[in-house]
Design a protein. Sequence first.
Length: 354
Amino acid sequence: MTWIDHNAPLVTANDRAAVDRVLQSGWIAPGPERHRLEEDLASYFGSGRTVATTSGTLALFLALVGLDAPAGALIAVPTYSCVALLDAVRLAGCRPLVVDVEPDELTMSPEALRDAAERIGQPYAAFVVHTYGATAALPELAKICPNIVEDCCHSFGSEGPYGRHGTFGRVAVSSLYATKVFTGATGGLCWSADPQIAERITAYTQASFRSSRWPRMTLTLSDLHAALARSQLSRLAQVRERRAWITNQYLAACPDALAPTGLPDPGRLVYRFVLRCADEKERERLLDFFHLHEVDASRLTQRHELLHRELGFDSHYFPAAEAAVARTLSLPLYPAMSDADVQRVCDLLTQLPR
């Protein structure tokens, strides 16, 4: 029996050929392949302009450059998310407004955003993460904070009730890290359909850019990484289909009490299959069970990683996130899994200790 990792990239012969083609060209720094990736992404979104950058964190930073966020501005971030959101806010010279999430979908809660805005101050922008592929409550959030930045790191390729993920907000960002929906090994993307926002984002990446407000950094993605990302992007439909197939196999085998919510929604790209355990004791029991059978189930975000704890804020204002970190258990779900791997996980789901 071999260990099943929680995550692994699927790198195909076409991916390797794409990278080799760039190596043979003699141009591996940011150049024509990066521009082709940016054009491919603008075509995917249907309009606008894209900048392919060196990380998801810097894509978030570029979103704030594009929105011309004033120094010291409040930027709303969901507490149940990656510390990269805080890093981007700090890098931009802004301040984080940390917000609780919805109990089931784990996306930013409009009610919590409204409460935080009343208690602390009106946010200039909001980083809204489509957590694990779920669609955030975009219209409700936009009523409170119109400058929405959609973080599609978990949901690139999803079609939600408000259209393609990334096209509702003023800016869309995603990561091209190795474990994301499609990968350049590393990297990120920042897109906007708004001409002024897109121009500010693009101008920042030019060597001639000068500003007393924004620190100058070299952010553009290399052609090597862009070639891999372009090849991966070209088979996004197959990635969606494979993830949907695995999800349906798991749902058929999973006890109803543990089944995640919202996964069969049409158009959703499922990034994580997250069991809803009754409490932390059950979660740890199931974690041990999967590890015993050499399946790398994961706790995902842990309590100390919640952004309000990172900043030392009172946990009283974040009950949904505090509850989630005690209950969540994620199973392997990615296109590189073999059918036999999927069947092993399904078999374990039917044998869970209760």
